[in-house]
Design a protein around this ligand. Structure first.
Ligand SMILES: Nc1ncnc2c1ncn2[C@@H]1O[C@H](COP(=O)(O)OP(=O)(O)O)[C@@H](O)[C@H]1O
Ligand SMILES: [Mg+2]
Length: 270
């Protein structure tokens, strides 16, 4: 029989799947801000936050919720090159595909956008935008000037770089929304709700508030780190359950197991 720890472990495999979306205080707030910004006469919206703070899942949610009301497109990873990028934009605007070997004429595309002004309003979400070149970002900005296309640009924030302080993002065309690591309460809700969604009630109850504090301390509330930590905790539990069942029971997670997981993931050192 499949161990219930194995099921629990797999609940925390890192993926962006809308079925798994959970309403948390922070995600609801950021979602509302995003939706509000889309309805303002802005050209560019910047969503930024450290990797693993939930940007991609939030953007997927936005696209999914709004797709029946408006023209909204999601670009998950940056195109291989500019040509491919403009082919995609061309297709969205004209609803026609260009032959592979042709280049999109950029100024014609800008004019096309200008002609559409007031007739269509298109939202394009660019995830992982730190990978777009400066030149391409400048062209994207020029397209947004037409006010036919509005871009939501999602960027990773790095430890040492305060992006928003950059002059570029200070300009009036930008609205900035930041996603932060989860608070203890949000992270607790995240862990519980994920387990409950998979009917793992007993295991959800086995993680007590003090365990949650410890997990939050190690992962700093980052969702991706939290997934890794929970996966590893349940992996260790699964091992004991199979090999030394006397060392584990379903009502609580031994502190030792949380520490072993932290050790394995390098949060603590011996
Ligand atoms: N509100 C949420 N509901 C469910 N899962 C979430 C939520 N926020 C983050 N996650 C999960 O956390 C992990 C990291 O989120 P992701 O959107 O990939 O972050 P980012 O794009 O900022 O790096 C993913 O596994 C994602 O499914
Ligand atoms: Mg992402």
């Amino acid at each position: 029989m499949k161990s219930r720890y194995e099921t629990a472990k797999n609940v925390f495999v890192d993926s962006v799947d809308l079925q798994d979306y959970i309403e948390l205080d922070s995600s609801v707030r950021a979602y509302e801000q995003l939706e509000h910004s889309i309805n303002k006469p802005l050209k560019m919206i910047l969503l930024f936050g450290r990797p693993g703070t939930g940007k991609s899942i939030l953007l997927n949610r936005l696209q999914n919720k709004l797709k029946h009301q408006r023209e909204i497109h999601y670009f998950d990873t940056p195109a291989m090159n500019e040509k491919e990028f403009f082919h995609k934009i061309f297709k969205i605007l004209t609803k026609k595909s260009l032959p592979q070997n042709t280049e999109v004429n950029f100024s014609a595309l800008v004019n096309y956008c200008k002609d559409l002004r007031g007739k269509r309003e298109i939202v394009i979400i660019l995830d992982e935008a730190q990978m777009y070149s400066v030149e391409l970002m400048e062209k994207i900005r020029l397209l947004s000037d037409s006010r036919t296309v509005k871009f939501i640009v999602s960027l990773h924030k790095t430890e040492d770089e305060d992006l928003v302080a950059k002059e570029h993002f200070q300009s009036r065309i930008w609205e900035v929304i930041e996603l932060k690591n989860a608070t203890l309460n949000d992270q607790m809700a995240y862990i519980h709700k994920k387990l409950l969604k998979h009917n793992l009630f007993e295991l959800a109850n086995s993680i007590k508030e003090k365990d949650m504090r410890l997990i939050h301390k190690f992962t700093k509330g980052n969702f991706r780190e939290c997934n890794k930590m929970m996966f590893t905790i349940f992996e260790i539990c699964e091992y004991y359950d199979k090999n030394e069942p006397g060392k584990i029971n379903y009502d609580k997670i031994p502190k030792r197991v949380i520490e072993m997981a932290a050790l394995k993931l390098g949060y603590i050192h011996v």
